[in-house]
Design a protein around this ligand. Structure first.
Ligand SMILES: Cc1cc2nc3c(=O)[nH]c(=O)nc-3n(C[C@H](O)[C@H](O)[C@H](O)COP(=O)(O)OP(=O)(O)OC[C@H]3O[C@@H](n4cnc5c(N)ncnc54)[C@H](O)[C@@H]3O)c2cc1C
Length: 455
């Protein structure tokens, strides 16, 4: 007798950013029948995955919250051209998240634990992206030219020596560059920079939005353009996805909706503290210089990358409501940093500058949420904050392993969705509930092949 498979077959992936796209590909490769649902164009301007700094850096294993950060925050906030700002009207709502954020990096021991978890997730990010891009026939989209961290001088680098030591302990190597070597590696940099750390194993993406679309196209998953409004539950777990266009039946679902994920998770009782670390980019369409490889100047706190759209500078952290209007002065700060970092850009024509604002979906402890929800048949893959591009292929593998019932290659506990609840699980749910959202359901959705999204 052939044993009946208990694996869910029809999986809905909610969100077509880089996390959803990679997850869809990993799942179709496993033989699942996958439908991706997104309210907008996959990898479009609404997604963080469109406008990020394009770094795929094995050095990104240091979280934002580190010991002593609290001492620097007032200075950042008082500096109108600094890398951090807080929407004061949002402060009451943000306070619990901010406190958790500071506590997460309060001691060296906490920093080390977070960094260990990030190492397990990110270290082989460049290799995973290179093989993924080759597998989908788009190796033009990922390049391994190295990543250059530029400092005004050696002392500025040494001020972060403890962080670089953590990277070394994690197996990372880099080349130290004195002023002459730095000039040879990146002639466009201002002579203000006299020291560099070149991470040769680092990679970058040439066109992050196109990359998402290429991965989705290669996955063969169905694509539905609709806004997900709720998750429906039958006796065995998630049974359908409710959208503004009707419902989609499924045997399981992956919630990979970036900033849109927390609200949907909360509706089933999983309260994940997720806030928008809003970021910006400016892109010079026809820059008079071409960087040899991506650069991160330590004082500008931004990623400078040659992309298909030109020279992109991405950065800034603006803690505010995800749906607040963009404050384009933050983008102008990036533009000013660009002009001072690369003298050839000092008189750049502002008419040729594109500006973008997007939301990093961020947890307070700097780790994504990857794991099974409180309701059977639902898995989470969101909250990747500053690291989602790098972490996407590995996250997708982890989710595919979970859904297929295989063990994980890394310790999953640091990424557990239930780590924020004092009792382990977030909110207990009653498995006899027929549906999570009890509203009447409209007609079912018919999926379209990806690439021809519903208009
Ligand atoms: C300025 C900036 C610079 C960055 N630089 C880097 C970097 O250099 N390297 C790096 O690794 N990471 C970087 N990041 C972080 C990275 O971009 C994110 O972590 C990553 O893109 C998150 O991907 P995602 O798929 O989870 O979310 P998103 O890309 O935001 O995608 C979520 C998708 O879900 C859809 N969605 C949401 N709610 C719903 C709903 N209810 N119904 C239907 N669809 C829904 C949205 O339309 C969207 O398409 C940066 C981010 C920013 C903002």
């Amino acid at each position: 007798m052939i044993a009946q498979s208990t694996q869910p077959r029809r999986i809905a992936v909610i969100g077509a950013g880089i996390i959803g796209a990679c997850t869809a590909l990993a799942l179709t490769r496993e033989g699942f029948d996958v439908t991706v649902i997104d309210a907008e164009r996959p990898g479009g301007e609404q997604a963080a995955s469109y406008g990020n700094g394009a770094f795929i850096s094995p050095a990104s294993i240091i979280p934002m919250s580190v010991p002593g950060l609290w001492r620097k925050i007032p200075g950042y906030l008082l500096d109108r051209t600094g890398p951090l700002t807080i929407g004061w009207r949002s402060l009451p709502r943000l306070t619990p998240w901010l406190l958790r954020f500071l506590v997460a990096g309060w001691t060296e021991d906490r920093l080390r634990k977070t960094s260990t978890a990030l190492t397990s997730l990110l270290t082989d990010g460049p290799d995973r992206h290179l093989s993924l891009a080759a597998r989908i026939g788009r190796d033009d989209l990922i390049r391994r030219d190295g990543l250059l961290y530029a400092y005004p001088n050696r002392d500025a680098y040494l001020a972060e020596a403890h962080l670089w030591a953590l990277r070394r302990a994690a197996g990372l190597s880099w080349r130290e560059l004195d002023a002459d070597a730095l000039r040879r590696e990146e002639p466009a940099l201002s002579t203000r920079y006299e020291f560099g750390a070149l991470v040769e194993s680092g990679a970058h993406c040439v066109d992050p939005g196109e990359y998402v679309r290429a991965i989705l196209a290669a996955s063969g998953a169905g694509l539905v353009q609709a806004t997900v409004t709720g998750l429906m539950r039958g006796a065995g777990g998630i049974s359908a996805i409710r959208t503004d266009q009707g419902h989609l039946d499924c045997d399981g679902a992956v919630l990979a909706a970036g900033m849109g994920a927390a609200r949907l998770a909360a509706a089933i009782g999983d309260h994940i503290p997720l806030e928008a670390e809003r970021g910006y980019h400016v892109e010079l369409c026809n820059p008079p210089i071409q960087l040899r490889r991506p650069v991160m100047p330590s004082d500008g706190k931004m990623a400078n990358t040659m992309t298909a759209g030109g020279l992109r500078a991405a950065g800034q952290v603006e803690l505010s409501r995800a749906d607040a209007r963009p404050d384009w002065r933050r983008a102008d700060i990036l533009l000013a940093h660009l002009a001072s970092t690369y003298p050839a850009l000092a008189s750049v024509d502002r008419n040729g500058v594109r500006r973008w604002q997007g939301n990093r979906p961020s947890t307070p402890d700097g780790l994504p949420v990857i794991g099974a929800a409180s309701v059977p048949g639902l898995w989470y893959a969101f909250g990747h904050g500053h690291l989602g591009l790098n972490a996407a292929p590995h996250t997708a593998c982890m989710v595919a392993d979970m859904i297929s019932g295989r063990g994980s290659d890394i310790d999953l506990a640091p990424f557990s969705p239930h780590r924020f609840a004092r009792t382990g699980r977030t909110t207990p749910t009653n498995s006899s509930d027929p549906v999570v959202e009890a509203s009447a359901i409209a007609a079912g959705i018919h999926t379209k092949p990806q690439g021809k999204a519903r208009t």
